[in-house]
Design a binder for this molecule. Structure first.
Ligand SMILES: *Cc1c(COP(=O)(O)O)cnc(C)c1O
Length: 450
């Protein structure tokens, strides 16, 4: 029999009358391993903090999402949203799974090409495409999603100069019952701007209207909003059929599905409240199947899901630097993971757990990062057990946006490792060093030491 662990006695003030509807008890299960690899071993070998991506989770969540849509609609194509996580290894896993690339800048476009994505499987979104970007995209036969009229005119010019036909779609923004409306991207549906754009595009010899696109927002908790968006795009498609006898090839519903993270201020945890892929798929494919689009010309359904696909596959492992009592007696903990590495901590109450056995002395705690900046708060208030300096913690569900929106600030950015399908740990991005940091700095001559 295993010897019972000693728990030191504690005296704590009773906060009478504050149990919530879920009762008094708080318990955080320690996260001691990821895909069978002990957290301690990963930190010992690759340092702390360190990001971990589970290839197994990444692939299985993708398959789950794909299954939800392909069982309801015959032509479905996912395109990986590069800005959500553009580590090359991550992108290549999605491409291996059959995903195309969805990019929003010339930089991301080049990345997709370097990752081996054929030009005609790259969707080019966003409000900032230079004439050079457009030229490259037209020559490669990529799908250009027009954001505004100035871009449309640029695109016409570039296509004419290149003597090639540009494959374009327009991004449409609309009222789906989600507020504030994301009306800064694309052409508006209700005020006729989108229809106006279509009527400028259709007669132009240098353009081929291949699709209709929308991205209604992010972390959308209401599948019904997608049904509205799908119906509105379908109505545009029907109008195009009627007026021009032209059939668009695809309808692209963008991204925006909620991951299971908990938003700040949410009453219930995200695991209890976020819709499933089936819920979203049912709303979208239902609206598409029930639309008036001609049966023989049903468009392909494109999806650019980002956060809901990858959040669960990402972890951030760290170490306790210190325990500290604040002036008012409140317990605080300083860990080596700061907001520079966890940008999403500004929106989410991230799951954070000890990585080893801990005792049951939970207390309301503030968890700070290591930065010498007052904003560096990982959790403002969490019932947390006491940990010792040197103990490890695991923040889970952080795969989306943190490895692209991270800031090089005060310290180096750490390694990212992948736990592959065989359960082996592989580095997929190295830690920054003094050398990488100085690489782009240029010291003027008069400041050089002679
Ligand atoms: C960011 C973005 C996505 C991915 O959004 P998620 O909310 O992460 O699913 C998809 N399409 C476009 C155009 C985007 O800008």
């Amino acid at each position: 029999m295993e010897k019972l662990k000693f728990e030191r006695p504690v005296i704590s003030k009773i906060n009478a009358g504050v149990p919530d509807k879920f009762g008094m008890r708080t318990f955080i299960n320690p996260v001691t391993q990821i895909d069978g690899i002990p957290v301690k071993d990963i930190i010992d070998q690759y340092g702390s903090p360190v990001y971990v991506i589970s290839e197994k989770t990444l692939r299985s969540v993708y398959q789950e999402a794909l299954h939800a849509f392909t069982t309801r609609y015959p032509k479905v194509q996912f395109a990986w949203s590069y800005k959500t996580n553009y580590l090359n290894a991550v992108c290549r896993i999605y491409h291996q799974e059959g995903s195309w690339a969805e990019v929003v800048s010339g930089f991301e476009y080049n990345k997709a090409i370097d990752n081996g994505v054929p030009g005609n499987k790259i969707i080019f979104n966003g409000p900032d495409k230079s004439a050079g970007d457009l030229k490259k995209a037209i020559e490669n036969g990529s799908l250009i999603h027009i954001d505004h009229f100035d871009e449309l005119y640029d695109c016409i010019q570039v296509a004419k100069d290149a003597g090639k036909k540009a494959k374009i779609a327009i991004r449409v923004n609309m009222d789906t019952g989600i507020y504030p409306q994301w009306d800064r991207f694309g052409c508006n549906y209700e005020n006729g701007e989108a229809w106006d754009a279509i009527n400028k595009i259709m007669p132009d010899e240098s353009l081929e209207l291949t699709g209709l696109h929308t991205h209604i927002g992010t972390y959308i908790m209401t599948p019904a909003a997608y049904a509205v968006a799908t119906s509105k795009l379908a109505q545009l498609a029907v109008r195009i059929e009627k007026k021009y006898s032209h059939h668009i090839r695809y309808i692209d519903l963008g991204g925006g599905f909620a991951s299971k993270n908990t938003l700040k201020g949410a009453y219930l945890p995200g695991t209890d409240t976020c819709p499933s892929f089936d819920d979203y798929a049912e709303a979208i494919t239902g609206a598409l199947n029930n639309s008036d689009i001609e049966y023989g010309h049903m468009p392909a359904l494109f999806l650019e899901t980002g956060r809901a696909l990858i959040d669960d596959a990402g972890y951030l492992l760290g170490t306790v630097l210190a325990n500290k009592r604040l002036a008012n007696g409140r317990r605080s903990l300083i860990i080596d993971i700061g907001v520079n590495l966890l940008f999403t901590s500004f929106w989410y109450e991230h799951n954070i757990a000890p990585a080893q056995y801990h005792q049951n002395d939970y207390e309301d705690t503030t968890i700070y990062g290591p930065l010498c900046m007052n904003i560096d708060v990982i959790r403002a208030a969490i019932m947390f057990p006491s940990l010792n300096k040197g103990d490890h913690v695991v923040i889970s569900r952080i795969g989306a946006y943190n490895m692209t929106q991270w800031l090089q600030f005060i310290t180096y950015r750490p390694r990212v490792v992948l736990i592959n399908m065989k359960g082996e740990v592989e580095v997929i991005r190295e830690q920054e060093t003094n050398e990488t940091m100085n690489m782009l700095d240029v010291v003027p001559k008069h400041l050089k030491r002679s």
